[in-house]
Design a protein around this ligand. Structure first.
Ligand SMILES: Cc1ncc(C[n+]2csc(CCOP(=O)(O)OP(=O)(O)O)c2C)c(N)n1
Ligand SMILES: [Mg+2]
Length: 618
Protein backbone atom coordinates (compact mmCIF):
# COMPACT_ATOMS: atom_id res chain seq x y z
CA UNK A 1 0.00 0.00 0.00
CA UNK A 2 1.57 3.27 -1.08
CA UNK A 3 1.38 5.66 1.85
CA UNK A 4 3.43 8.37 3.46
CA UNK A 5 5.38 7.48 6.58
CA UNK A 6 2.82 9.38 8.66
CA UNK A 7 -0.18 7.77 6.98
CA UNK A 8 1.32 4.32 7.52
CA UNK A 9 2.04 5.17 11.14
CA UNK A 10 -1.51 6.29 11.93
CA UNK A 11 -3.07 3.30 10.14
CA UNK A 12 -0.81 0.98 12.08
CA UNK A 13 -1.56 2.59 15.46
CA UNK A 14 -5.27 2.26 14.81
CA UNK A 15 -4.93 -1.54 14.54
CA UNK A 16 -3.02 -2.27 17.77
CA UNK A 17 -4.73 -4.14 20.58
CA UNK A 18 -3.62 -5.73 23.83
CA UNK A 19 -5.09 -8.81 25.44
CA UNK A 20 -4.88 -9.67 29.12
CA UNK A 21 -6.95 -12.27 30.94
CA UNK A 22 -8.84 -13.03 27.73
CA UNK A 23 -10.07 -9.47 27.24
CA UNK A 24 -8.96 -7.29 24.34
CA UNK A 25 -8.43 -3.54 24.58
CA UNK A 26 -7.77 -1.04 21.82
CA UNK A 27 -4.31 0.21 22.74
CA UNK A 28 -4.32 3.70 21.20
CA UNK A 29 -7.47 5.66 21.72
CA UNK A 30 -6.25 8.53 19.58
CA UNK A 31 -3.54 11.10 19.10
CA UNK A 32 -2.94 14.32 21.03
CA UNK A 33 -1.06 16.96 19.16
CA UNK A 34 -0.01 20.52 18.62
CA UNK A 35 0.91 21.30 15.03
CA UNK A 36 3.82 23.33 13.72
CA UNK A 37 5.92 23.27 10.57
CA UNK A 38 7.54 20.06 11.84
CA UNK A 39 4.37 17.94 11.75
CA UNK A 40 1.51 19.81 10.11
CA UNK A 41 2.09 18.42 6.60
CA UNK A 42 3.17 15.00 7.87
CA UNK A 43 1.43 13.48 10.89
CA UNK A 44 -1.12 16.34 10.76
CA UNK A 45 -2.05 15.50 7.18
CA UNK A 46 -2.31 11.81 8.03
CA UNK A 47 -4.67 12.49 10.95
CA UNK A 48 -6.72 14.82 8.77
CA UNK A 49 -7.18 12.10 6.16
CA UNK A 50 -7.88 9.34 8.70
CA UNK A 51 -10.47 10.75 11.11
CA UNK A 52 -11.29 7.32 12.56
CA UNK A 53 -8.17 7.80 14.64
CA UNK A 54 -9.33 10.69 16.80
CA UNK A 55 -7.20 13.79 17.03
CA UNK A 56 -7.19 15.69 20.35
CA UNK A 57 -5.85 19.21 20.75
CA UNK A 58 -3.86 20.34 23.75
CA UNK A 59 -2.52 23.67 25.01
CA UNK A 60 0.97 22.54 25.87
CA UNK A 61 3.01 19.55 24.74
CA UNK A 62 4.01 18.69 28.31
CA UNK A 63 0.38 18.63 29.31
CA UNK A 64 -0.71 16.28 26.56
CA UNK A 65 1.86 13.71 27.59
CA UNK A 66 0.69 13.98 31.22
CA UNK A 67 -2.86 13.43 29.97
CA UNK A 68 -1.78 10.32 28.07
CA UNK A 69 0.05 9.00 31.17
CA UNK A 70 -2.91 9.74 33.46
CA UNK A 71 -5.14 7.90 31.03
CA UNK A 72 -2.91 4.87 30.82
CA UNK A 73 -2.48 4.69 34.60
CA UNK A 74 -6.24 4.75 35.03
CA UNK A 75 -6.51 1.95 32.43
CA UNK A 76 -3.85 -0.10 34.24
CA UNK A 77 -1.57 0.43 31.24
CA UNK A 78 -3.88 -1.36 28.80
CA UNK A 79 -4.42 1.75 26.66
CA UNK A 80 -2.80 5.10 25.96
CA UNK A 81 -2.50 7.97 23.47
CA UNK A 82 0.07 8.85 20.85
CA UNK A 83 1.37 12.44 21.06
CA UNK A 84 2.58 14.39 18.02
CA UNK A 85 4.60 17.60 18.20
CA UNK A 86 6.47 19.91 15.89
CA UNK A 87 10.26 20.11 16.00
CA UNK A 88 12.34 22.05 18.51
CA UNK A 89 10.41 23.61 21.42
CA UNK A 90 7.26 21.62 20.70
CA UNK A 91 9.30 18.45 21.00
CA UNK A 92 11.35 19.43 24.04
CA UNK A 93 8.24 20.63 25.85
CA UNK A 94 7.39 16.91 26.07
CA UNK A 95 10.63 15.99 27.83
CA UNK A 96 9.45 16.60 31.39
CA UNK A 97 6.33 14.52 30.96
CA UNK A 98 8.27 11.85 29.07
CA UNK A 99 10.48 11.41 32.13
CA UNK A 100 7.41 11.37 34.38
CA UNK A 101 5.80 8.57 32.36
CA UNK A 102 8.97 6.48 32.31
CA UNK A 103 9.54 6.89 36.05
CA UNK A 104 5.94 5.91 36.74
CA UNK A 105 6.27 2.95 34.36
CA UNK A 106 3.41 4.17 32.16
CA UNK A 107 3.23 3.67 28.40
CA UNK A 108 3.08 6.78 26.20
CA UNK A 109 4.08 7.05 22.55
CA UNK A 110 5.79 10.29 21.57
CA UNK A 111 6.12 11.36 17.96
CA UNK A 112 8.27 14.50 18.01
CA UNK A 113 8.96 16.09 14.67
CA UNK A 114 12.66 16.27 13.84
CA UNK A 115 15.01 18.21 11.57
CA UNK A 116 15.13 17.37 7.85
CA UNK A 117 16.78 14.01 7.20
CA UNK A 118 17.92 15.46 3.86
CA UNK A 119 19.78 18.26 5.72
CA UNK A 120 19.48 20.39 2.54
CA UNK A 121 17.84 23.40 4.19
CA UNK A 122 19.74 23.25 7.48
CA UNK A 123 19.42 24.98 9.80
CA UNK A 124 15.65 24.79 9.58
CA UNK A 125 13.68 27.11 11.89
CA UNK A 126 14.11 25.84 15.49
CA UNK A 127 17.05 23.57 14.67
CA UNK A 128 19.86 23.38 17.22
CA UNK A 129 23.01 22.69 15.23
CA UNK A 130 25.57 20.49 16.94
CA UNK A 131 28.89 21.26 15.23
CA UNK A 132 30.51 17.94 16.14
CA UNK A 133 27.86 15.55 14.82
CA UNK A 134 25.32 16.26 12.13
CA UNK A 135 22.93 13.52 13.25
CA UNK A 136 22.24 15.12 16.64
CA UNK A 137 19.12 17.19 17.24
CA UNK A 138 17.34 18.32 20.42
CA UNK A 139 15.36 15.09 20.17
CA UNK A 140 18.42 13.18 21.37
CA UNK A 141 17.46 14.58 24.78
CA UNK A 142 14.66 11.99 24.80
CA UNK A 143 17.08 9.05 24.88
CA UNK A 144 17.60 8.84 28.66
CA UNK A 145 13.92 9.43 29.43
CA UNK A 146 12.63 6.83 26.97
CA UNK A 147 12.49 3.04 27.22
CA UNK A 148 12.82 2.84 23.45
CA UNK A 149 14.01 5.56 21.10
CA UNK A 150 14.44 5.68 17.36
CA UNK A 151 14.74 8.20 14.56
CA UNK A 152 12.95 7.24 11.38
CA UNK A 153 15.31 8.41 8.66
CA UNK A 154 13.71 6.38 5.86
CA UNK A 155 10.00 5.46 5.59
CA UNK A 156 10.63 1.71 5.64
CA UNK A 157 12.47 1.96 8.98
CA UNK A 158 9.05 2.42 10.46
CA UNK A 159 8.23 -1.25 9.89
CA UNK A 160 10.86 -2.68 12.25
CA UNK A 161 10.78 0.26 14.62
CA UNK A 162 7.04 0.03 15.24
CA UNK A 163 7.37 -3.61 16.27
CA UNK A 164 9.94 -2.71 18.94
CA UNK A 165 7.89 0.29 20.00
CA UNK A 166 4.86 -1.91 20.57
CA UNK A 167 6.84 -4.58 22.37
CA UNK A 168 8.13 -2.03 24.85
CA UNK A 169 4.85 -0.15 25.30
CA UNK A 170 2.92 -3.34 26.04
CA UNK A 171 5.62 -4.97 28.18
CA UNK A 172 4.71 -4.60 31.88
CA UNK A 173 8.42 -4.87 32.72
CA UNK A 174 9.86 -2.49 30.14
CA UNK A 175 7.08 -0.01 29.58
CA UNK A 176 7.43 3.76 29.77
CA UNK A 177 7.93 6.47 27.20
CA UNK A 178 8.60 5.34 23.64
CA UNK A 179 9.90 8.06 21.34
CA UNK A 180 9.89 7.80 17.57
CA UNK A 181 11.49 10.92 16.18
CA UNK A 182 10.08 11.80 12.80
CA UNK A 183 12.23 14.02 10.56
CA UNK A 184 9.79 16.42 9.00
CA UNK A 185 10.62 15.50 5.41
CA UNK A 186 10.44 11.75 6.06
CA UNK A 187 6.95 12.19 7.58
CA UNK A 188 5.63 13.14 4.16
CA UNK A 189 7.66 10.72 2.01
CA UNK A 190 5.93 7.70 0.43
CA UNK A 191 6.77 4.00 0.40
CA UNK A 192 5.04 0.78 -0.67
CA UNK A 193 4.25 -0.63 2.78
CA UNK A 194 3.28 -4.32 3.10
CA UNK A 195 -0.44 -4.85 3.71
CA UNK A 196 0.23 -7.08 6.73
CA UNK A 197 1.54 -4.07 8.59
CA UNK A 198 -2.01 -2.75 8.75
CA UNK A 199 -3.77 -5.91 9.88
CA UNK A 200 -5.23 -6.01 13.38
CA UNK A 201 -2.47 -7.03 15.78
CA UNK A 202 -3.07 -8.23 19.33
CA UNK A 203 -0.23 -7.99 21.85
CA UNK A 204 -0.69 -10.63 24.49
CA UNK A 205 0.17 -9.55 28.04
CA UNK A 206 1.27 -12.63 29.95
CA UNK A 207 1.21 -13.36 33.68
CA UNK A 208 4.51 -15.17 34.11
CA UNK A 209 5.42 -17.04 37.30
CA UNK A 210 8.83 -16.79 39.01
CA UNK A 211 11.25 -19.68 39.04
CA UNK A 212 9.92 -22.55 41.14
CA UNK A 213 13.16 -23.01 43.12
CA UNK A 214 13.09 -19.37 44.12
CA UNK A 215 9.45 -19.75 45.15
CA UNK A 216 10.48 -22.64 47.42
CA UNK A 217 13.06 -20.43 49.08
CA UNK A 218 10.60 -17.59 49.48
CA UNK A 219 8.03 -19.91 51.05
CA UNK A 220 10.61 -21.28 53.51
CA UNK A 221 11.66 -17.78 54.45
CA UNK A 222 8.10 -16.59 55.01
CA UNK A 223 7.22 -19.70 57.04
CA UNK A 224 10.14 -18.93 59.35
CA UNK A 225 9.17 -15.26 59.69
CA UNK A 226 7.68 -13.86 62.89
CA UNK A 227 7.06 -10.32 61.72
CA UNK A 228 6.56 -10.36 57.95
CA UNK A 229 5.03 -7.41 56.17
CA UNK A 230 4.07 -6.48 52.62
CA UNK A 231 4.98 -3.23 50.90
CA UNK A 232 2.42 -2.84 48.14
CA UNK A 233 3.46 -0.69 45.18
CA UNK A 234 1.86 0.39 41.94
CA UNK A 235 2.43 -3.03 40.40
CA UNK A 236 -0.33 -4.47 42.60
CA UNK A 237 -2.83 -2.10 41.03
CA UNK A 238 -1.53 -2.11 37.43
CA UNK A 239 -1.38 -5.91 37.56
CA UNK A 240 -4.97 -6.04 38.87
CA UNK A 241 -3.71 -8.08 41.79
CA UNK A 242 -5.75 -6.40 44.53
CA UNK A 243 -8.17 -9.32 44.98
CA UNK A 244 -5.26 -11.75 45.05
CA UNK A 245 -3.55 -9.57 47.63
CA UNK A 246 -6.64 -9.45 49.80
CA UNK A 247 -7.00 -13.24 49.67
CA UNK A 248 -3.31 -13.66 50.47
CA UNK A 249 -3.29 -11.36 53.50
CA UNK A 250 -6.58 -12.71 54.83
CA UNK A 251 -5.20 -16.24 54.65
CA UNK A 252 -1.77 -15.47 56.09
CA UNK A 253 -2.45 -12.45 58.28
CA UNK A 254 0.56 -10.62 56.83
CA UNK A 255 -0.04 -6.85 57.06
CA UNK A 256 0.25 -4.40 54.20
CA UNK A 257 1.75 -0.93 53.98
CA UNK A 258 1.29 1.09 50.81
CA UNK A 259 3.53 3.29 48.66
CA UNK A 260 2.06 6.28 46.83
CA UNK A 261 1.40 4.31 43.63
CA UNK A 262 0.24 1.31 45.67
CA UNK A 263 -2.29 3.18 47.80
CA UNK A 264 -5.64 1.52 47.24
CA UNK A 265 -4.18 -1.99 47.13
CA UNK A 266 -6.41 -2.74 50.13
CA UNK A 267 -9.34 -0.65 51.37
CA UNK A 268 -8.34 1.77 54.13
CA UNK A 269 -10.39 -0.07 56.77
CA UNK A 270 -9.15 -3.60 56.17
CA UNK A 271 -7.72 -4.77 59.52
CA UNK A 272 -4.50 -5.81 57.75
CA UNK A 273 -4.06 -2.32 56.36
CA UNK A 274 -1.25 -0.31 57.95
CA UNK A 275 -1.66 2.56 55.51
CA UNK A 276 1.04 4.80 54.12
CA UNK A 277 4.63 3.54 54.21
CA UNK A 278 7.83 5.50 54.75
CA UNK A 279 8.70 9.18 54.98
CA UNK A 280 5.01 10.12 54.82
CA UNK A 281 3.98 6.94 56.59
CA UNK A 282 1.53 6.12 59.36
CA UNK A 283 2.45 5.26 62.91
CA UNK A 284 1.62 1.58 62.39
CA UNK A 285 3.35 1.13 59.04
CA UNK A 286 6.57 2.65 60.27
CA UNK A 287 6.52 0.85 63.63
CA UNK A 288 5.94 -2.54 62.00
CA UNK A 289 8.54 -1.76 59.30
CA UNK A 290 11.15 -0.97 61.95
CA UNK A 291 10.75 -4.49 63.40
CA UNK A 292 9.89 -6.53 60.30
CA UNK A 293 12.03 -9.62 59.73
CA UNK A 294 10.80 -10.33 56.20
CA UNK A 295 9.57 -7.59 53.89
CA UNK A 296 7.65 -8.72 50.82
CA UNK A 297 7.78 -5.90 48.29
CA UNK A 298 5.17 -6.26 45.56
CA UNK A 299 5.39 -4.08 42.47
CA UNK A 300 7.46 -1.42 44.19
CA UNK A 301 10.48 0.59 43.08
CA UNK A 302 11.54 1.20 46.72
CA UNK A 303 11.85 4.96 46.30
CA UNK A 304 13.43 6.99 49.08
CA UNK A 305 9.97 8.02 50.29
CA UNK A 306 9.09 4.36 50.72
CA UNK A 307 12.29 3.36 52.52
CA UNK A 308 12.48 6.62 54.52
CA UNK A 309 15.83 7.09 52.78
CA UNK A 310 16.92 3.60 53.85
CA UNK A 311 16.07 4.07 57.55
CA UNK A 312 12.63 2.39 57.63
CA UNK A 313 13.71 -1.23 58.11
CA UNK A 314 15.76 -1.46 61.30
CA UNK A 315 15.58 -5.15 62.24
CA UNK A 316 19.23 -6.29 61.98
CA UNK A 317 18.14 -9.55 60.36
CA UNK A 318 15.60 -8.07 57.95
CA UNK A 319 15.51 -9.60 54.47
CA UNK A 320 13.47 -8.81 51.39
CA UNK A 321 11.43 -10.88 48.99
CA UNK A 322 10.40 -8.91 45.93
CA UNK A 323 7.61 -9.85 43.59
CA UNK A 324 8.08 -7.73 40.51
CA UNK A 325 7.52 -8.15 36.80
CA UNK A 326 10.73 -6.18 36.21
CA UNK A 327 13.91 -8.01 37.17
CA UNK A 328 15.50 -4.62 37.74
CA UNK A 329 13.14 -3.89 40.63
CA UNK A 330 12.90 -7.48 41.89
CA UNK A 331 16.56 -7.41 42.92
CA UNK A 332 16.40 -4.19 44.93
CA UNK A 333 17.34 -4.23 48.64
CA UNK A 334 19.29 -7.44 47.80
CA UNK A 335 15.91 -9.12 47.72
CA UNK A 336 15.07 -12.69 46.86
CA UNK A 337 13.89 -11.86 43.37
CA UNK A 338 10.54 -13.34 42.42
CA UNK A 339 10.47 -11.97 38.90
CA UNK A 340 6.93 -12.44 37.72
CA UNK A 341 3.39 -11.18 37.58
CA UNK A 342 2.04 -9.92 40.91
CA UNK A 343 -1.33 -11.65 40.69
CA UNK A 344 -0.12 -15.02 39.47
CA UNK A 345 2.73 -15.02 41.98
CA UNK A 346 0.51 -14.09 44.93
CA UNK A 347 -1.93 -16.87 44.01
CA UNK A 348 0.89 -19.41 43.74
CA UNK A 349 2.61 -18.25 46.94
CA UNK A 350 -0.70 -18.38 48.77
CA UNK A 351 -1.20 -22.02 47.78
CA UNK A 352 2.28 -22.98 48.90
CA UNK A 353 1.82 -21.16 52.19
CA UNK A 354 -1.30 -23.13 53.10
CA UNK A 355 -1.91 -23.14 56.85
CA UNK A 356 0.81 -20.54 57.49
CA UNK A 357 -0.51 -17.75 59.63
CA UNK A 358 1.20 -15.00 61.61
CA UNK A 359 0.72 -15.09 65.37
CA UNK A 360 -2.57 -13.78 66.70
CA UNK A 361 -0.90 -11.13 68.85
CA UNK A 362 0.83 -9.71 65.75
CA UNK A 363 -2.44 -9.61 63.83
CA UNK A 364 -4.18 -7.92 66.70
CA UNK A 365 -1.46 -5.33 66.99
CA UNK A 366 -1.81 -4.53 63.28
CA UNK A 367 -5.59 -4.30 63.54
CA UNK A 368 -5.22 -1.93 66.51
CA UNK A 369 -2.87 0.27 64.47
CA UNK A 370 -5.45 0.30 61.69
CA UNK A 371 -8.16 1.51 64.07
CA UNK A 372 -6.03 4.03 65.94
CA UNK A 373 -4.81 5.53 62.68
CA UNK A 374 -8.35 6.07 61.51
CA UNK A 375 -9.05 7.93 64.73
CA UNK A 376 -6.12 10.22 63.90
CA UNK A 377 -7.55 10.74 60.43
CA UNK A 378 -10.93 11.64 61.90
CA UNK A 379 -9.24 14.19 64.18
CA UNK A 380 -7.36 15.70 61.26
CA UNK A 381 -10.58 15.93 59.23
CA UNK A 382 -12.49 17.62 62.07
CA UNK A 383 -12.64 21.41 61.84
CA UNK A 384 -10.34 23.04 64.36
CA UNK A 385 -12.10 26.39 64.32
CA UNK A 386 -14.66 28.13 62.16
CA UNK A 387 -11.90 30.36 60.82
CA UNK A 388 -9.85 29.53 57.74
CA UNK A 389 -9.79 25.87 56.70
CA UNK A 390 -6.64 23.80 57.09
CA UNK A 391 -5.48 21.55 54.25
CA UNK A 392 -6.33 18.43 56.26
CA UNK A 393 -9.90 19.69 56.74
CA UNK A 394 -10.18 20.31 53.00
CA UNK A 395 -9.00 16.74 52.35
CA UNK A 396 -11.56 15.50 54.88
CA UNK A 397 -14.40 17.44 53.30
CA UNK A 398 -13.55 16.08 49.84
CA UNK A 399 -13.10 12.52 51.12
CA UNK A 400 -16.36 12.57 53.10
CA UNK A 401 -18.23 13.89 50.07
CA UNK A 402 -16.67 11.66 47.39
CA UNK A 403 -18.22 8.28 46.70
CA UNK A 404 -16.11 5.15 47.04
CA UNK A 405 -15.24 4.99 43.35
CA UNK A 406 -14.43 8.67 42.82
CA UNK A 407 -10.80 9.54 42.19
CA UNK A 408 -8.45 12.05 43.83
CA UNK A 409 -5.63 13.29 41.61
CA UNK A 410 -2.52 15.11 42.81
CA UNK A 411 1.23 15.30 42.21
CA UNK A 412 3.38 17.83 44.06
CA UNK A 413 3.52 20.16 47.02
CA UNK A 414 2.34 19.51 50.54
CA UNK A 415 -0.81 17.73 49.36
CA UNK A 416 0.69 14.36 48.33
CA UNK A 417 2.12 13.63 51.77
CA UNK A 418 -1.10 14.68 53.49
CA UNK A 419 -3.17 12.62 51.06
CA UNK A 420 -0.90 9.61 51.48
CA UNK A 421 -1.53 9.72 55.20
CA UNK A 422 -5.12 10.91 55.32
CA UNK A 423 -7.08 9.83 52.24
CA UNK A 424 -9.45 6.99 53.04
CA UNK A 425 -9.12 4.92 49.87
CA UNK A 426 -11.99 2.55 49.22
CA UNK A 427 -11.38 1.59 45.60
CA UNK A 428 -8.13 0.48 43.97
CA UNK A 429 -8.39 3.26 41.38
CA UNK A 430 -9.47 5.94 43.84
CA UNK A 431 -6.04 7.37 44.66
CA UNK A 432 -4.06 8.81 41.77
CA UNK A 433 -1.07 10.71 43.11
CA UNK A 434 1.88 11.02 40.74
CA UNK A 435 4.76 10.80 43.18
CA UNK A 436 7.42 9.11 41.09
CA UNK A 437 8.39 12.42 39.45
CA UNK A 438 6.24 14.61 41.73
CA UNK A 439 5.82 16.84 38.73
CA UNK A 440 4.20 20.21 39.40
CA UNK A 441 1.76 20.70 36.55
CA UNK A 442 0.70 17.07 36.30
CA UNK A 443 -2.46 17.59 38.35
CA UNK A 444 -4.97 19.11 35.93
CA UNK A 445 -3.43 17.63 32.78
CA UNK A 446 -3.19 14.17 34.34
CA UNK A 447 -6.66 14.49 35.85
CA UNK A 448 -8.01 15.12 32.37
CA UNK A 449 -6.59 11.76 31.28
CA UNK A 450 -8.08 10.05 34.34
CA UNK A 451 -11.55 11.34 33.55
CA UNK A 452 -11.23 10.48 29.86
CA UNK A 453 -10.38 6.93 30.94
CA UNK A 454 -13.43 6.57 33.18
CA UNK A 455 -16.20 9.07 32.75
CA UNK A 456 -18.43 7.32 35.27
CA UNK A 457 -16.31 8.54 38.17
CA UNK A 458 -16.08 12.04 39.59
CA UNK A 459 -12.47 13.19 39.39
CA UNK A 460 -11.25 15.52 42.15
CA UNK A 461 -8.03 17.22 41.16
CA UNK A 462 -6.36 18.72 44.22
CA UNK A 463 -3.80 21.32 43.27
CA UNK A 464 -1.74 23.96 45.06
CA UNK A 465 -1.38 27.53 43.83
CA UNK A 466 2.20 26.86 42.75
CA UNK A 467 1.32 23.86 40.60
CA UNK A 468 -1.76 25.65 39.27
CA UNK A 469 0.39 28.55 38.08
CA UNK A 470 2.74 26.14 36.32
CA UNK A 471 0.05 24.42 34.31
CA UNK A 472 -3.63 25.20 34.42
CA UNK A 473 -4.01 25.31 30.65
CA UNK A 474 -5.79 21.98 30.35
CA UNK A 475 -8.92 23.48 31.88
CA UNK A 476 -9.41 24.71 28.32
CA UNK A 477 -9.04 21.20 26.89
CA UNK A 478 -11.49 19.85 29.47
CA UNK A 479 -14.06 22.38 28.23
CA UNK A 480 -13.27 21.62 24.59
CA UNK A 481 -13.69 17.87 25.06
CA UNK A 482 -16.55 18.17 27.56
CA UNK A 483 -14.56 16.20 30.12
CA UNK A 484 -15.67 17.41 33.51
CA UNK A 485 -13.18 17.85 36.31
CA UNK A 486 -13.70 19.15 39.81
CA UNK A 487 -10.55 21.06 40.68
CA UNK A 488 -9.84 21.95 44.30
CA UNK A 489 -7.46 24.90 44.07
CA UNK A 490 -5.70 25.46 47.39
CA UNK A 491 -4.07 28.85 47.68
CA UNK A 492 -1.52 29.27 50.46
CA UNK A 493 0.45 31.96 48.61
CA UNK A 494 3.41 29.95 47.54
CA UNK A 495 5.36 26.78 48.08
CA UNK A 496 4.19 25.72 51.55
CA UNK A 497 5.84 22.31 51.22
CA UNK A 498 9.25 23.59 50.30
CA UNK A 499 8.80 26.43 52.79
CA UNK A 500 8.37 23.85 55.54
CA UNK A 501 11.31 21.85 54.25
CA UNK A 502 13.41 25.01 54.12
CA UNK A 503 12.52 25.86 57.74
CA UNK A 504 13.41 22.33 58.82
CA UNK A 505 16.84 22.88 57.23
CA UNK A 506 17.31 26.22 58.98
CA UNK A 507 16.86 28.36 55.86
CA UNK A 508 13.67 30.03 57.11
CA UNK A 509 11.44 29.44 54.09
CA UNK A 510 13.69 31.57 51.86
CA UNK A 511 12.27 32.04 48.37
CA UNK A 512 9.13 30.00 48.90
CA UNK A 513 6.37 32.59 49.33
CA UNK A 514 4.66 34.52 46.58
CA UNK A 515 5.57 38.01 47.83
CA UNK A 516 6.67 41.21 46.16
CA UNK A 517 10.22 42.47 46.39
CA UNK A 518 10.49 44.72 49.41
CA UNK A 519 12.24 48.00 48.75
CA UNK A 520 13.81 48.09 52.20
CA UNK A 521 15.17 44.56 52.42
CA UNK A 522 15.71 44.08 48.71
CA UNK A 523 14.28 40.56 49.20
CA UNK A 524 11.02 38.84 48.24
CA UNK A 525 9.45 39.50 51.63
CA UNK A 526 7.04 42.34 50.79
CA UNK A 527 3.27 42.22 50.27
CA UNK A 528 1.50 39.08 49.09
CA UNK A 529 1.19 39.20 45.31
CA UNK A 530 -2.17 40.51 44.06
CA UNK A 531 -2.92 37.44 41.95
CA UNK A 532 -6.53 36.28 41.59
CA UNK A 533 -6.34 32.61 40.68
CA UNK A 534 -10.11 32.17 40.86
CA UNK A 535 -10.59 34.87 38.23
CA UNK A 536 -7.89 33.18 36.20
CA UNK A 537 -9.71 29.85 36.26
CA UNK A 538 -12.98 31.52 35.28
CA UNK A 539 -11.23 33.17 32.33
CA UNK A 540 -10.27 29.72 31.02
CA UNK A 541 -13.93 28.69 30.95
CA UNK A 542 -14.37 26.89 34.26
CA UNK A 543 -17.24 27.45 36.64
CA UNK A 544 -15.57 28.90 39.72
CA UNK A 545 -16.84 28.79 43.28
CA UNK A 546 -14.98 30.79 45.91
CA UNK A 547 -15.20 29.31 49.38
CA UNK A 548 -14.03 30.48 52.76
CA UNK A 549 -15.14 27.98 55.41
CA UNK A 550 -16.32 24.39 55.73
CA UNK A 551 -19.99 25.23 55.09
CA UNK A 552 -19.29 27.11 51.86
CA UNK A 553 -16.76 24.45 50.82
CA UNK A 554 -19.27 21.63 51.39
CA UNK A 555 -21.90 23.54 49.45
CA UNK A 556 -19.42 24.04 46.61
CA UNK A 557 -18.77 20.29 46.44
CA UNK A 558 -22.50 19.68 46.04
CA UNK A 559 -22.78 22.34 43.36
CA UNK A 560 -19.73 21.00 41.53
CA UNK A 561 -21.19 17.52 41.46
CA UNK A 562 -24.43 18.84 39.98
CA UNK A 563 -22.50 20.79 37.34
CA UNK A 564 -21.64 19.00 34.15
CA UNK A 565 -18.63 21.09 33.19
CA UNK A 566 -15.28 21.68 34.82
CA UNK A 567 -15.64 23.41 38.15
CA UNK A 568 -12.93 25.01 40.23
CA UNK A 569 -13.46 25.23 43.97
CA UNK A 570 -11.16 27.95 45.22
CA UNK A 571 -10.06 27.94 48.86
CA UNK A 572 -7.38 29.73 50.85
CA UNK A 573 -5.95 27.57 53.60
CA UNK A 574 -4.51 28.84 56.83
CA UNK A 575 -1.15 28.27 58.43
CA UNK A 576 -0.35 24.59 58.30
CA UNK A 577 -1.73 22.32 60.94
CA UNK A 578 0.96 19.82 60.05
CA UNK A 579 0.63 16.11 60.57
CA UNK A 580 3.68 14.98 62.49
CA UNK A 581 6.05 12.33 61.13
CA UNK A 582 5.85 8.86 62.66
CA UNK A 583 8.60 6.41 63.50
CA UNK A 584 11.38 6.46 60.97
CA UNK A 585 9.70 9.04 58.82
CA UNK A 586 12.89 10.69 57.71
CA UNK A 587 13.64 11.86 54.18
CA UNK A 588 17.20 12.67 53.25
CA UNK A 589 17.84 16.06 51.68
CA UNK A 590 21.31 17.53 51.61
CA UNK A 591 22.33 20.05 54.26
CA UNK A 592 25.05 22.69 54.23
CA UNK A 593 28.06 21.32 56.07
CA UNK A 594 29.22 24.86 56.84
CA UNK A 595 26.94 27.79 57.65
CA UNK A 596 26.79 31.06 59.58
CA UNK A 597 23.19 30.34 60.67
CA UNK A 598 22.58 28.54 63.95
CA UNK A 599 19.41 26.89 62.55
CA UNK A 600 21.34 25.37 59.67
CA UNK A 601 24.06 24.10 61.99
CA UNK A 602 21.46 22.43 64.25
CA UNK A 603 19.66 20.88 61.27
CA UNK A 604 22.97 19.58 59.96
CA UNK A 605 23.65 17.86 63.28
CA UNK A 606 20.17 16.27 63.26
CA UNK A 607 20.79 14.90 59.78
CA UNK A 608 24.13 13.42 60.87
CA UNK A 609 22.21 11.56 63.61
CA UNK A 610 19.65 10.30 61.09
CA UNK A 611 22.28 9.21 58.63
CA UNK A 612 23.64 6.86 61.26
CA UNK A 613 20.39 4.90 60.96
CA UNK A 614 20.73 4.46 57.20
CA UNK A 615 21.23 0.87 56.13
CA UNK A 616 22.60 -0.79 53.04
CA UNK A 617 20.55 -4.02 53.01
CA UNK A 618 23.24 -6.15 51.42
C1 LIG B 1 8.18 21.05 38.01
C2 LIG B 1 8.60 21.10 39.45
N1 LIG B 1 9.36 22.13 39.88
C3 LIG B 1 9.74 22.20 41.16
C4 LIG B 1 9.37 21.24 42.06
C5 LIG B 1 9.82 21.34 43.51
N2 LIG B 1 8.63 21.60 44.34
C6 LIG B 1 8.00 20.60 44.96
S1 LIG B 1 6.64 21.11 45.74
C7 LIG B 1 6.86 22.70 45.27
C8 LIG B 1 5.89 23.76 45.67
C9 LIG B 1 4.49 23.45 45.25
O1 LIG B 1 3.68 24.57 45.53
P1 LIG B 1 2.12 24.42 45.61
O2 LIG B 1 1.62 23.74 44.40
O3 LIG B 1 1.55 25.77 45.90
O4 LIG B 1 1.86 23.44 46.84
P2 LIG B 1 2.18 23.70 48.38
O5 LIG B 1 3.62 23.35 48.58
O6 LIG B 1 1.91 25.13 48.69
O7 LIG B 1 1.29 22.74 49.09
C10 LIG B 1 8.03 22.83 44.53
C11 LIG B 1 8.54 24.11 43.99
C12 LIG B 1 8.57 20.17 41.56
N3 LIG B 1 8.17 19.16 42.32
N4 LIG B 1 8.18 20.15 40.26
MG1 LIG C 1 0.98 26.64 47.64
Amino acid sequence: MRLTTSQALIRFLDQQYVERDGVQHRFFVGCFGIFGHGNVGGVGQALFEYPAFTYYQSRNEQAMVHTAAGYSRMKNRLATFACTSSIGPGATNMLTAAAAATINRLPVLLLPGDIFASRHVDPVLQQLEFPLAADVSVNDCFRPVSRFWDRINRPEQLITSLMQAMRVLTSPADTGTVTLCLPQDVQAEAYDFPDELFAKRVWYIPRPLPDSGLMDRAVARIRAAKRPMIVAGGGVIYGEATDALRAFVHATGIPVAETFAGKGSLPYNDPHQLGAMGATGTEGANAIAAEADVVIGIGTRYSDFTTASKTAFQNPGVSFININIAEFDAHKQSGLALTGDARATLDALGERLARYRVETAYRERVAAYNRSWDEKVALAYAPESDQQLSQAEVIGLVNDFATSTDVVVCAAGSLPGDLHKLWRTRDSKGFHVEYGYSCMGYEIAGGLGVKMADRAREVYVMVGDGSYLMMSSEIVTSIQEDVKLTIILINNHGFASIGGLSRSLGTEGFGTQYRARDEGSGQLDGQLLPVDLAANAASLGATVIRTSDSASFAAALRQAKANDTTTVIYVETGPERKMEGYGHAWWEVPLAAVSQTAGVQEAYQRSVDQKEKQRHHL
